[in-house]
Design a protein around this ligand. Structure first.
Ligand code: NAP
Length: 272
């Protein structure tokens, strides 16, 4: 299967790396399309057998899967100058936030489109991707998409396109929330007098261990919290402060703000 990736940035390259690493495609079936030849040397070093070209050199995509991995704001501009012909058989997978299926279909003049929202841990094969197909996509196409996405982590088909806004807010942006909390904990460790590298190791291993307990324990989250927070103890002191400051609501409101922004972007990203 040929795979053409438009936009060799963070996500485009991480997808390309996973497809090659897990042998989902032959390295010679990979084509990376960039804006300029600025990073071609580096891309050739990483993907010696792939075809690497600039967008204005791209004339036809005759087969396989086309992955749209440019920033949403670049997509409109890019298509204005596009000469590229996309064969009707090509399966398009967009990972761009906030550009709807109908917009992509209109811009590309192409019907077979799947819209997906991956997240940054795809880079290490531990991502999660929600996706929604256009009506023209059949079961074989979905299997092909699943096959590709499986090497970036877990993937799940959604019930409707608007759920992509929730997925964007939860898992698309989610890694940044996690880094934010991890960073706040490390800063607290420093405030208490620990060296930064020591605080980092304690916090990172705590997050990893807690993740494994969530995955492997039969208890629900409130029981796991109770197991750590003995009455009158240290954890209870911290949790009481979080409750008083409405931390859970603050986090929830932040995630809903991300969802609202995703909807807003979908509504305003009507491309020329
Ligand atoms: N990062 C995430 O965690 C994440 C998660 C979910 C979804 N996404 C989606 O993934 C997409 C890519 O995000 P990213 O973080 O990988 O962004 P990025 O690192 O900025 O990559 C975008 C790439 O597209 C290139 N590009 C721009 N115009 C082009 C053109 N006309 N032809 C070919 N390439 C062109 C850019 O080249 P230049 O370097 O020359 O500008 C850049 O290398 C976005 O739509 C985003 O919504 C990202």
């Amino acid at each position: 299967m040929k795979v053409t990736i438009l936009g060799a940035g963070k996500m485009g390259v991480s997808f390309a790396r996973s497809f090659c690493k897990y042998e989902k495609i032959k390295p010679s079936d990979l084509r990376l399309v960039t804006r300029s030849n600025r990073n071609h040397q580096e891309l050739r070093r990483q993907f010696p057998q792939a075809e690497i070209l600039c967008f204005d050199e791209l004339e036809t995509i005759a087969e396989g899967v086309l992955i749209l991995a440019v920033k949403p704001q670049d997509f409109g501009k890019m298509m204005e100058s596009a000469r590229v012909q996309i064969d009707g058989n090509v399966l398009v997978l967009s990972i761009m936030a906030g550009i709807t299926l109908s917009e992509i279909q209109r811009k590309l003049r192409h019907k077979r489109v799947v819209r997906a929202m991956p997240n940054a841990p795809s880079l290490v094969g531990a991502g999660v991707t929600g996706y929604f197909p256009s009506a023209e996509i059949d079961v074989r196409d979905l299997l092909q998409i699943e096959r590709l996405l499986s090497c970036t982590g877990m993937s799940m088909v959604l019930d409707n396109e608007t759920q992509l806004d929730s997925v964007t807010a939860l898992s698309g942006s989610g890694p940044a929330y996690f880094y934010y909390i991890v960073d706040a904990m490390i800063q607290a460790g420093k405030t208490m007098g620990l060296d930064e590298n020591v605080a980092k190791q304690f916090v990172k291993q705590t997050m990893l261990g807690a993740y494994y307990l969530i995955q492997n324990s039969e208890k629900d989250l409130s029981d796991l919290i109770s197991d750590v927070a003995s009455r009158g103890g240290t954890t209870e002191a911290a949790l009481r402060h979080f409750e008083q400051q409405h931390l859970a609501k603050i986090l929830s409101d932040g995630i809903l703000a991300a969802e609202a922004r995703s909807k807003e972007l979908s509504a305003v990203t009507v491309l020329p």
